[in-house]
Design a protein around this ligand. Sequence first.
Ligand code: ASP
Ligand code: MG
Length: 436
Amino acid sequence: MKFGGTSVGRPERMHQVKDLVTSGDEPTIVVLSALSGTTNALVGIGEALADADKALAKERIDALHAHYLVFYKELLQSDSARAKAEGIIKEHFEFLNILLKISFNEAINRDILAQGELLSTKLFYTLLEELEIPAVFLPALDFMSIDENSEPELGKISEKLKAILAEYGDTKLFVTQGYICKNHRNEVDNLKRGGSDYTASLIAAAIQASACEIWTDIDGMHNNDPRIVDQTRPIAELSFDEAAELAYFGAKILHPASIWPAQLYNVPVKLLNTMQPQAHGTLIKAEVDAIGVKAIAAKDGITAVKIKSSRMLLAYGFLRRIFEIFEKYKTPIDMITTSEVAVSVTIDDLSHLGQITAELEALGSVEVDRNQAIVCIVGNEISETKGVIKSVMDALEDIPVRMVSYGGSRHNVSLLIDAKFKNEALQRLNTGLFSW
Ligand code: ASP
Ligand code: MG
């Protein structure tokens, strides 16, 4: 069971988490994020130190410290638990304060970022102790690791975690940190922002858990963007494949990398709401029955790059030469469409666009369209369902479509449009595809 920053961000919420994790019968590993706002604050402290602005760093450390000094008193009642929490907070803020006196580097920065999850889990564990709820504290740094490419080492994680858990045969409840891990140099590292979901999914896969529950403050993944479209509703069930198609767009609710570990070991993932624990939320699993369109999502900030060359005609190896250039600059390509003499691809990381286009010029003429949006329609077997593409095009009849990607997977149709039409496209598709 993983709880995000807002689910542990206030003392009373942490008490709710305690109720939720003690209400089931199955042994449970609880994965916690940092209290909401903490990781951002730690990023700010690291930035101030990187700029050698010690005064600002100190100010930020003190502000965060003050927050914890209020938090623990509301969280805990007994003198002994409070004394313990004071010790924990003292230890972590002393560590941050020592950094003001030494020279800063990237490894230290990652140590700073790890403080949030260490604090939240230790405080939560102190709450369990105060309430005499038996539990074991599992330091994530003892088993979570990434390799030299920052990829989690699932095999090693599994071996280590299983060995640790075997020492506590009768224990029903474990508490560990999301997000943090060790890297191949054995330094403290992390799974990138929002990475606690990923931790939960990796742990679930590592021990082949019966389920991986991601508890947030919304009632699951919605069938359209609730900020833009009225009357969206939570999707009851998604297959892993459908969820993987949507993850790129829904990163806010579920870290996109969290799908693969669960899928690999077939562990169902449930997206649940701490505020409404009884609500069904979204269940992500291997097979789903429902056919047809399930969700619409969009992402702006997309750039399309078109490479046109008559030398592509009947040539082999042309696509490889194009892709190699993107690979060289570590720039992921999202959508692709081709004609006989041209290729269009989309990217959202523009850090190397200049170098990429300069090298592409050697292969043909290059055109770049910025401010585009990918609109993605996801549903079980929709590319084999008659009429779906027609309904999509009918709904978008007044909106110029720059690219269409259909048949890449059975569960997805993607379109590229000018970002200025994004909201309108989402609304029109909602009316055109969901008839209720
Ligand atoms: N605390 C980390 C973050 O804010 C990880 C997480 O919350 O998932 O990014
Ligand atoms: Mg999150």
